[in-house]
Design a protein around this ligand. Structure first.
Ligand code: GRF
Length: 199
């Protein structure tokens, strides 16, 4: 069974997924950014890569349609957003309901959107972290699959927080994807339940 990973940049979460892909038969990486560093990493791993530059499309809908075509050609079981920096149209999101996942660098529902670490510092919160969730039309607010928390330490900066949160992202994203590929994630009235969960 195949997994499509969508990236725009560094691809460190993508790499974490590639390294953990024991029960995944095939991975396809799609980037909207032709210069994404993650593309090189994927190629080194011998993974099929597709570049779909959003600048080549007149609007979001035409880009999303082209993206859906590329995805559907591979009939993936799951689509994982890994630092994919384009907002996807409601139509696209609904097409992949309950099989489109995202990793977000905050403990949702706190701090949806961008700049999460700066906002966390500004608010003076003491616990920060990351969340893997299913994507719904409400940006960053779909059903939560797994979260990891870290303490905010005295002297923390955006960079130090980002580094420690990213380490946790690399742990929980492969976990969530593995659960999904093993059919262990079930939806219970919009809440996620993990069957026989051993973290
Ligand atoms: C991660 O912090 C992810 O949560 C956020 O963007 C960053 C992407 O990093 N959406 P990478 O491309 O996976 O290294």
């Amino acid at each position: 069974e195949s997994l499509v990973i969508l990236i725009s940049g560094n691809g460190s979460n993508m790499l974490a997924l590639l390294e953990a892909r024991s029960q995944i038969d095939r991975v396809i990486v799609i980037s909207n950014n032709p210069n994404a560093r993650g593309l090189e990493i994927a190629r080194k791993y011998g993974v099929e890569t597709i570049v779909l530059d959003h600048h080549a499309f007149p609007n979001r809908q035409t880009f999303d349609t082209a993206l859906a075509e590329r995805i559907d050609a591979h009939q993936p079981k799951l689509i994982a957003l890994a630092g994919f920096m384009r907002i996807l149209s409601d139509r696209f999101v609904q097409r992949y309901q309950n099989r489109l996942m995202n990793i977000h660098p905050s403990l949702l529902p706190a701090f949806p959107g961008l700049g999460t670490h700066a906002r966390a510092l500004q608010e003076g919160i003491k616990i920060h972290g990351c969340t893997v969730h299913f994507v719904t039309p409400k940006l960053d607010l779909g059903p939560i699959i797994i979260q990891a928390a870290i303490p905010v330490l005295p002297g923390d900066t955006e960079e130090t927080l980002a580094t420690r949160v990213l380490q946790q992202e690399h742990r929980i994203y492969p976990q969530a994807v593995c659960w999904f590929m093993e059919d262990r994630i079930i939806m219970n009235e919009n809440h996620v339940e993990v069957l026989d969960s051993r973290i």
